[in-house]
Design a protein around this ligand. Structure first.
Ligand SMILES: Nc1ncnc2c1ncn2[C@@H]1O[C@H](COP(=O)(O)OP(=O)(O)O)[C@@H](O)[C@H]1O
Ligand SMILES: [Mg+2]
Length: 333
């Protein structure tokens, strides 16, 4: 069994992925400990990818969604390896779109009756006054396609038009995309890791995340909180809450058509409604801090190696037998 991990230089971590090289090394070490022959590839060109295809590995583990070429184009790895008939982990290119673009996931799910915060999009100077805004204050502003808390801080929470305009402008200057403006959800926050086993059994690990209270009295998982690891991760004690969180996560996971594994972020409001926030389909895998392995540890007492093993099960079950089934390998026949 030959396994190749594919990653790229992605120290900016604007998009989801297993994380920095350190996180990929943890995944690598874990797979070695499990006993597989594994290589870690830091790819930056088509030639690097061609080299992997030539090796005809049994499974390619995608630690990032795409690699950026020198000419500025992105090669989406799931599309690339699927085109070359190589088995890979995680979701197809079409489904990964929901991870990269929060609006497309929200639209898709809300059309299927799954709750997600009311929203609209904005660019600087699109609106002239508060009464033109499609959703009422307070609002929460974030980039449509970033991850890891990038661009998210206390200024994301806006209660009047001048705060709105200034955060839209600063996010637009930094990310050059349309800004996602959502109704502000003033309740608790959860994340749910889901692993789909080869028999379609789902291993579901929900946890509550409690960010530290900011000096403005907000609890938000922004970039600084995530970098400092200052948020608290805990078991969901209340069964009713836990069931609501699990049901919303499973519904979102299945409706989006996620393959192998994914992490669904959920936030509630004070009235006790639960909302899909986003899907992380190549979830962070930093040993000791990333929510995916941590939630499996907190909810199910799984070690990091056990989590990796479970994440690979479906991919490994898709490996093609090396010997054609009709060929007899028994010396007697
Ligand atoms: N509508 C919202 N209301 C309140 N807080 C929000 C809302 N959307 C996001 N947040 C806060 O911002 C954090 C990051 O948002 P999220 O969309 O998950 O982006 P990222 O991809 O950076 O994780 C969330 O974990 C939550 O704390
Ligand atoms: Mg998130």
């Amino acid at each position: 069994m030959q396994i190749e991990i594919v990653t790229t230089q992605n120290e900016n971590l604007n998009e989801t992925g297993f994380g920095t090289l350190k996180a990929c090394l943890s995944v690598f070490d874990s797979i070695e400990r499990i006993g597989y022959d594994v290589k870690l590839n830091i790819c930056k060109s088509k030639r690097d990818l061609e080299g992997i295809v030539k090796k005809k590995p049994d499974l390619v583990i995608l630690a990032v969604k795409y690699i950026s070429l020198q000419n500025g184009n992105n090669v989406w790895l799931s599309e690339y390896f699927s085109r070359h008939g190589i088995n890979f982990t995680g979701s197809s290119r079409d489904v990964l779109r929901f991870d990269s673009n929060k609006i497309s996931a929200k639209l898709y799910l809300s059309n299927k009756g799954i709750k997600t915060a009311k929203y609209f999009t904005a660019i600087p100077e699109q609106y002239r006054c508060a009464s033109e805004l499609p959703v009422k204050f307070p609002l929460f502003l974030k980039p449509t396609d970033a991850a890891n808390g990038n661009g998210i801080d206390d200024f994301s929470f806006v209660t009047n038009f001048s705060e709105f305009e200034s955060k839209v402008l600063s996010l637009h200057n930094r990310f050059s995309t349309t800004i996602l403006a959502e109704e502000y959800l003033d309740g608790r926050e959860f994340t749910v890791s889901i692993i789909n086993k080869p028999n379609n059994e789902l291993i579901i690990s929900p946890i509550e995340i409690v960010p530290p209270e900011s000096k403005n009295g907000l609890r938000i998982l922004g970039q600084k909180v995530k970098n400092d690891d200052s948020e608290e991760l805990k078991l969901i004690e209340d069964d009713e809450v836990k069931n609501k969180v699990i049901n919303l996560a499973i519904n979102s996971f299945l409706t989006l058509g996620v393959r192998d594994f994914g992490r669904i972020d959920i936030r509630a409001n004070k009235a006790g409604d639960y909302f899909f926030i986003e899907a992380n389909l190549v979830p962070g895998m930093t040993y000791g801090s990333s929510y995916f392995p941590k939630s499996c540890e907190i909810e199910r007492a799984l070690t990091y190696d056990e989590v990796i093993q479970l994440m690979l099960e479906s991919g490994l079950s898709r490996t093609k037998p090396k010997i054609p089934p009709n060929n007899c390998i028994n010396a007697d026949c």
